[in-house]
Write a protein that binds this ligand. Structure first.
Ligand code: TMP
Length: 685
């Protein structure tokens, strides 16, 4: 009758993303930023390919180091200059900064094929990266300045997307441009085309920004130093192993990027092969980012993070040993999926109170950036030092290049990091991994047999009752409907208890006073969530479970879904995390039926007679999010919900509720009984 709460689906983006598109200045800025983002990502393969072309007559070691040098030049500003860039950007006009950044990058990138010299390629990479750091600081915040306050978190989220989604597109464009260049240009000029295309993209972006109206500088720009964040460690203290996990995947992905240009050359692919590998990596990353929070819902996120790092490392082992470009591109895509899933899972593990205000991913970002810098600086020279080895295997030769060997070393280090991180992150010690995974694949949480026996006995003793929850926004009429349902059930001879949240127990009443009193100010969203969960834990332990153990029907006015809707969707906190806290607080007790009464917030709030409490007096947007949240929860589990339009007549609603309750009663009430009972005065009252 009850089941262990599994991870619930949660929205990938904060509510409001869809309404942003209707704000014209926002939409135009978003498009301009996406075009700049495309140029930003294109400049990476274009500049590295140029370095490889300029060293085409040198040995592999020199080429690898030239490419590595460009990558270092591209990364150093992000690691060392971020705070200066932030300070500078916050003093300048936002639109002008974006405009100048695009124009400067256009000129610098255009100059590279014209000057055709390695030192200038390094310098250009460094300068482009310096400009990009200032550009990203502004781009991350500027869109939020164009929208109303309540849409700002969604706007920040959307800005981050505008900067990231062009990465795989850039890789595909680069691969195509390289193919065209191969058929059209001589060997020495092939890399030029990609640079001209990149410059062209920056020129279009410059024109796009020039056409924009004013971009107000209302949003603060915060670009803390990655090195400082790295040394401070994560804000959350209980995430041992998370930094190591992020370092492990960055090592694996960074190593591929560091040597891909030269390694694909050994495998018979030129710039187009390089583009194909980068496409695999970036498309895989995007897919993995999407997949991370959605895959294996009931499986521990910490275990998943460790496993994703191990998977990325194993993929790198294959990449380092296989001598076939197509296989390498596909396995790199798998590596990307694992790395993306690791990244988004790390963000879930770390998710904080206000994800959009105070970036919870600041720590993993810093770890990733610094690791990537070390990797691109160290792996190419390592490849050069190792050099190539030729093995005669009897029926065929095997050339093991320095780049392959360096990748193998990186893979083994990443694997070690993954294994240690898995051990440290593991929050299900002693639970066999394979059984845990298998159960998760079937949508269940694995319970070890010895625990299951105890559980089963408890279940047999205890779970004879029925649990019905009523949910909805303010003024939806659930209290009335819960009462009517209880009267109807009692009338049919059932032992029924009616109860409510918050405040059904002595402790709960105190908590309720704290939670709803308008005098309570400055309560953090996290504390609020925990106070509701504490009330619920006490409620379940002292009211609901005892009643169910004696076989009663429990009718509760609000339960866990209220926290998911109000604290999760309403306060824009991670819904999945709140579901976990509540699953723990309630011992996994889930209602057999949840009746959701839907009413537009304005109508519901208008029905209230008493002065608004702390939650009721939240702005309309908050209540809209709560409503959307309830809706999403009901859609995710339709078999458990009865969703009703609360504006319908009370009698009709009661009848529909009774009809549905009848289906879940242990000893169903024969149809037709209502004809007699509904004439009882207490019901018709
Ligand atoms: P009530 O007005 O239905 O008694 O509920 C009290 C208020 O508390 C209501 O505004 C909804 C809010 N609430 C939450 O925000 N989270 C919760 O988990 C619960 C149970 C209620």
């Amino acid at each position: 009758m009850t089941r262990t709460g599994a991870t619930r689906p949660h929205p990938a983006a904060p509510p409001g993303v869809s309404s942003l598109a209707s704000i014209r200045p926002f939409r135009r800025l978003w498009i301009a930023l996406s075009v700049s983002g495309l140029g930003h990502w294109l400049s990476v393969p274009a500049l590295t390919a140029m370095a490889a072309t300029l060293t085409r007559d040198d040995d592999a070691a020199a080429r690898a180091q030239a490419v590595g040098g460009v990558l270092v030049a591209l990364l150093v500003p992000a690691v060392l200059l971020a705070p200066f860039a932030g300070t500078l950007a916050s003093r300048l006009d936002r639109r002008l900064t974006l405009l100048v950044a695009d124009a400067l990058r256009f000129v610098i990138v255009l100059s590279v094929p014209l000057l055709d010299a390695l030192p200038w390629t390094f310098a250009a990479a460094f300068l482009v990266a310096c400009v990009s750091v200032v550009w990203s600081a502004v781009a991350a915040t500027a869109p939020a300045g164009l929208v109303p306050d309540e849409l700002r978190p969604a706007a920040r989220h959307s800005a981050a997307r505008a900067m990231c989604w062009p990465a795989p597109v850039a890789a595909v464009v680069f691969a195509f441009v390289a193919l065209i260049a191969k058929g059209t240009f001589g060997e020495g000029d092939r890399a030029d085309l990609a640079l001209y295309v990149t410059a062209g993209v920056f020129l279009v972006a410059t024109a796009g920004v020039a056409a924009l109206g004013e971009v107000p500088g209302t949003e603060p720009i915060g670009t803390p130093s990655p090195l400082r964040i790295l040394f401070q460690g994560p804000r959350q203290q209980d995430v041992r192993g998370l930094g190591l996990a992020v370092a492990g995947v960055s090592l694996a992905a960074g190593a591929v990027v560091a040597v891909a240009r030269v390694h694909t050359g050994h495998l018979g692919g030129g710039d187009a092969g390089y583009g194909a590998v980068l496409t695999g990596l970036t498309v895989g990353l995007g897919f993995g980012l999407f997949l991370g929070p959605r895959v294996l819902g009931p499986f521990s996120r910490r275990r998943l993070l460790g496993l994703a790092v191990i998977a990325a490392a194993l993929a790198l082992v294959v990449v380092s040993l296989v001598q076939n470009l197509v296989v390498v591109a596909f396995v790199t895509a798998f590596l990307g999926v694992a790395a993306g899933a690791a990244w988004s899972t790390a963000a879930v593990v770390l998710a904080g109170d206000e994800p959009s205000e105070d970036r919870p991913d600041a720590f993993p970002r810093s770890v990733a950036l610094v690791t990537a810098l070390v990797v691109v600086a160290a792996v190419p020279p390592l490849a050069g030092v190792i050099g190539s080895r030729h093995y005669d295997l009897g029926d065929g030769d095997y050339d093991f290049q320095g780049t392959g060997a360096a990748l193998l070393i990186a893979a083994l280090l990443a694997l070690l990091a993954g294994l240690v991180a898995f051990r440290r992150l593991d929050d299900r010690h002693g639970v066999p991994l394979v059984a845990d995974l298998r159960a998760a694949l079937h949508g269940r949480v694995y319970t070890p047999p010895e625990q299951a026996v105890v559980e089963d006995r408890r279940v047999a003793r205890r779970e004879r009752g029925v649990f019905i929850a009523f949910e909805g926004g303010e003024g939806a009429g659930k209290t009335t409907q819960a009462r009517l349902a209880a009267i109807w059930l009692r009338d049919h001879g059932y032992d029924v208890i009616t109860t409510q949240e918050p405040g059904a127990t002595k402790i709960g009443m105190r908590l309720r006073a704290m939670l709803l009193d308008r005098e309570t100010t400055g309560l953090s969203s996290r504390a609020e969530t925990l106070l509701y969960a504490a009330d619920r834990a006490d409620h379940v332990a002292n009211v609901i479970r005892p009643a169910m153990e004696r076989g009663a029907i429990v009718v509760s006015d609000r339960y866990v879904d209220s926290s998911l809707a109000y604290q999760g969707y309403g306060r824009e906190q991670p819904v999945e995390e709140i579901a976990r806290v509540n699953a723990w607080a309630t011992g996994g007790l889930v209602p057999d039926l949840t009746v959701l009464l839907e009413v537009p917030p304005q109508t519901g709030l208008g029905r209230l007679s008493a002065p608004a409490d702390r939650i009721e007096s939240e702005p309309n947007e908050f209540h809209e999010r709560v409503r959307a949240g309830f809706h999403a929860l009901a859609e995710a589990e339709p078999e458990r919900y009865l969703v009703l339009d609360a504006s319908r007549p009370q009698g009709e609603l009661s009848r529909e509720i009774q009809y549905r309750i009848r289906e879940i009663l242990p000893d169903p009430i024969p149809a037709g009984t209502e004809d007699v009972t509904s004439t009882f005065p207490i019901i018709t009252d």
